[in-house]
Ligand binder design. Structure first.
Ligand SMILES: Cc1cc2nc3c(=O)[nH]c(=O)nc-3n(C[C@H](O)[C@H](O)[C@H](O)COP(=O)(O)OP(=O)(O)OC[C@H]3O[C@@H](n4cnc5c(N)ncnc54)[C@H](O)[C@@H]3O)c2cc1C
Length: 428
């Protein structure tokens, strides 16, 4: 085999994890080849954070950060000992990319551009041989050694060491089609079946379409299975037993709701849907969680006092997004051309009910094509996280979404790419 080994390292997948490991290996003086089936690198990275790239979460306490990864966190302590959140800040800032921290410790490039993150990775990879438009179709192996990767044109490329960074199965149009999972199964690795895990929610109500792009900050959502009409008190109590309450940001889309809070709730919403059936889950939105009914009444009275002679829809738009005004008015049974001075007490009370309990119905979760991450991947028990090497094939390493690691949204996924990518490249 030795005479066929042209490269020290061959990396499959030009996403954030593969690019990080390529640069690190190259800077150690190794010859590196990176194969990417798209015609460009980092296609998915460019759509992260809505094009702004939430590149990490500024939780600098490793225990607290890994505590968010449920059962997966325990595997990553040795990886984070070598490259943690602080190291990510240092890596990008040293390369002249300033980072800002927003709500929920979400870290973004100061200029809000994912392309800046890609630029830093590309610059750091200078000297790596990159072949784009090249699709890998599997591994060649002898015993417990990987001897090459097969390309879809039938040729085989060889190296001393291989890093698999082909990602998961979310947003397959970016190239993440789960190819690596099939190859790993073929060579004897355990792969946990991938399932979309962080996904937006489609709703039954069609009016959400009119709100597409509207964001509600600090909204309180209460999710529960709807009580069926005519259900006995006992059944109502049982159905309401699992009530999930969260406060955060919600984004309306053309099909339903999304945004970090909803995406992080999607697994639990999916579980309730499984229990109650399609269209069974109610999401009640409290647009003013800091105000109880009495305080809300005072707030509205003060607003109305100042705006007596205005149209109600224009006045209410001072405290809720304008696009939401006609929807709220319809729900509160108000005529669209109502003037503030003619709003009755009953209308005001109904209005408070709507503003503090806007009902939407979760119909279903969107599929893998819309997921932020897919759960599943190569079993963590088969990976040495001190080096990111396979415990079965010593000359194969893993980085990024290919690993079966649970994580919430908020920059956690990309941090895992930086940490695992760094350690994979550094440990060869
Ligand atoms: C819409 C969206 C928004 C997101 N926003 C954020 C965010 O703001 N913050 C965050 O932390 N995470 C976010 N994520 C998750 C984040 O994008 C992923 O965790 C990250 O891209 C995983 O990187 P990776 O390198 O492991 O895999 P990928 O980015 O999936 O890259 C894998 C690469 O391998 C290539 N490949 C696959 N198969 C082959 C093959 N057979 N031959 C050759 N090449 C192949 C693919 O074409 C692809 O380029 C978001 C995800 C989505 C879908």
């Amino acid at each position: 085999m030795a005479n066929k080994e042209k490269y020290d390292v061959l990396i499959i997948g030009g996403g954030p994890a593969g690019m990080m490991s390529a640069g690190i290996a190259k800077n150690k003086g190794l010859s590196v080849l990176l194969l990417e089936k798209n015609t460009e690198l980092a296609k998915k990275l460019m759509i992260t954070g809505g094009g702004r790239c939430n590149l990490t979460n500024a939780e600098f306490d490793v225990h607290a950060f890994l505590g968010k990864l449920k059962n997966s966190g325990k595997y990553l302590f040795s990886t984070f000992a070598k490259f943690d959140v602080k190291a990510t800040f240092y890596f990008f800032e040293k390369r002249n990319m300033k980072i800002k921290i927003e709500h929920g410790k979400r870290a973004f490039p100061e200029n809000d551009r994912a392309s800046s993150v890609r630029y830093v990775l590309m610059k750091n990879m200078e000297g790596v041989e990159v072949r784009t438009g090249v699709s890998v179709s599997g591994f060649a192996k002898e015993g417990n050694e990987i001897t090459g990767v097969k390309l879809s044109d039938g040729t085989v490329v060889s190296a001393k060491h291989y890093i698999l960074a082909t990602g998961g199965t979310s947003h397959p149009e970016t190239g993440s089609t789960g190819d690596g999972y099939a190859w790993l199964r073929e060579i004897g690795h355990t792969v946990i079946l991938p399932k979309p895990s962080l996904v937006p929610v489609a709703t039954k109500e069609l009016w959400v379409k009119d709100l597409q792009g509207v964001t509600l900050e600090n909204v309180k959502v209460t999710v529960k299975i709807k009580a069926k009409k005519g259900a006995s008190e006992k059944i109502v109590k049982e159905n309401n037993a699992k009530k999930i309450v969260r406060i955060g940001r919600l984004l309306f889309t053309h099909f339903g709701v999304s945004g970090p809070m909803i995406i992080n709730l999607s697994k639990q919403i999916g579980d309730l849907l499984k229990k109650g059936g399609k269209g069974s889950v109610e999401m009640s939105l409290d647009l003013f969680p800091a105000f109880d009914h009495g305080k809300m009444n005072e707030k509205l009275l003060a607003l109305f006092e100042e705006n007596k002679n205005r149209l109600f829809k224009n006045c209410i738009s001072e405290i809720i997004p304008g696009a939401l005004a006609p929807i709220v008015m319809k729900m509160a049974d108000m005529h669209p051309e109502t003037f503030v001075h003619s709003v009755s007490r009953d209308e005001r009370i109904l209005l408070i009910k709507v503003l503090k309990g806007l009902k939407i119905t979760a119909d279903h979760l969107l599929g893998p094509e819309k997921a932020i991450v897919s759960s599943g991947g190569v079993s963590c028990d088969e990976v040495d996280f001190r080096t990111m090497k396979s415990k079965i094939f010593p000359n194969l390493s893993f980085a990024g979404d290919i690993l079966n690691i649970d994580r919430p949204s908020g920059g956690y996924s990309l941090q895992i790419c930086w940490s695992t990518g760094f350690v994979a490249g550094d440990s060869i």
